[in-house]
Design a protein around this ligand. Structure first.
Ligand code: C2E
Ligand code: CA
Ligand code: CA
Ligand code: CA
Length: 280
């Protein structure tokens, strides 16, 4: 519905079809309401566990943003991230997400939980905000080292100068951040980006992972991605593992980390505490 989004955005509002929680309910997301959400702290993070297959332990969490809307309840990012990207609010949203994630890392550090966090960065952020500078501020404010943070970058069509994006990615690496290619296999120019950019991790899209047991082509794609990542010296994460048989198959392919409903759904911080009270 990108077309519809764009059209309505011209009146600085967007009609979005539905929301996981309220299927069929029309909800209206505008630049204004999104701005309010940012100003009034209506966004929060859920965390989805990533398990190391070697350690058989949760080693990190992906931070996934949600919007606690006063009328609509929980609104999911597939609905409002596109609006944020189109309306120029994405870098404010990203800053908000980054500082919430650092605050959480600081808390875990204090509780002697040595978990890492993966943060989603929009392709637009690389050129439209001072990402290295903002991260440095958060490091200083929360006393959390860069090594705890994986930045997940989705491959979208180039939004600007490729050379400039590469330069920023290199700077982030030099500062100790780790970089992941999100949704690998679904975007643009994956292979040339893998070749040129300083990635540490390849994240295989859940579209292939969740169907690999029943779909030979998906199986071949996942195997090939995992083998490619290994040859390039990258860590491999498979997302969207929904059952044990899939996890076993991923283990055979030497994936390093698995994420998916079988390991754990995205949870708020209370649920994480509940679930992992005695963990690592
Ligand atoms: P993503 O980065 O690919 O995140 C994974 C999505 O897959 C999440 O949906 C998660 O809930 C879902 N998922 C995880 N495991 C399973 C599984 O086993 N089965 C199924 N069917 N689904 C699974 P979510 O939270 O709705 O996020 C959707 C997308 O929104 C994300 O896709 C990401 O592209 C974007 N997003 C989320 N948080 C942020 C953020 O803070 N900033 C930006 N820029 N984008 C974000
Ligand atoms: Ca992601
Ligand atoms: Ca993904
Ligand atoms: Ca995705």
């Amino acid at each position: 519905d990108v077309h519809k989004l764009k059209r309505v955005l011209d009146d600085s509002s967007a009609q979005v079809k539905s929301n996981h929680n309220h299927p069929g309910n029309e909800i209206l997301i505008t630049q204004e309401t999104l701005k309010t959400a940012l100003c009034e702290g209506q966004l929060y993070l859920e965390y989805q566990p990533q398990m190391s297959l070697k350690k058989q332990q949760i080693v990190s969490f992906e931070a996934l943003v949600r919007w606690q809307h006063p009328e609509y309840g929980t609104v999911y990012p597939d609905v409002f991230i596109p609006v944020a990207e189109e309306s120029g609010l994405i870098s404010d949203l990203t800053k908000n997400v980054i500082s919430m994630a650092f605050q959480q890392l600081a808390q875990w550090q204090e509780q002697k939980q040595y978990w890492h966090v993966a943060i989603n960065i929009s392709a637009k952020d690389l050129l439209s905000m001072d990402l290295p500078g903002y991260l440095a501020e958060c490091e200083a404010q929360y006393q959390v080292p860069a090594q705890k943070v994986m930045l997940e970058l989705t491959e979208t069509a180039a939004t600007g100068s490729l050379a400039e994006s590469l330069e920023i990615l290199n700077r982030l690496r030099l500062r100790g951040y780790r970089l992941s290619v999100d949704d690998f296999g679904t975007g643009y120019s994956s292979l040339s980006k893998l070749h040129d950019a300083p990635f540490n991790e390849l994240k295989i899209d859940r579209r292939f992972v969740s169907s690999l047991l029943h779909d030979e082509k998906a199986m071949a794609i996942v195997k090939t991605c995992a083998a490619l990542a290994k040859m390039l010296g990258l860590q491999v994460v498979a997302e969207g593992a929904e059952d044990l048989a899939t996890v076993k198959a991923l283990e055979e392919m030497h994936c390093d980390l698995v994420q998916g409903y079988y390991i754990g759904k995205p949870m708020n911080i209370e649920q994480i505490k509940e679930c992992y009270r005695d963990a690592s």
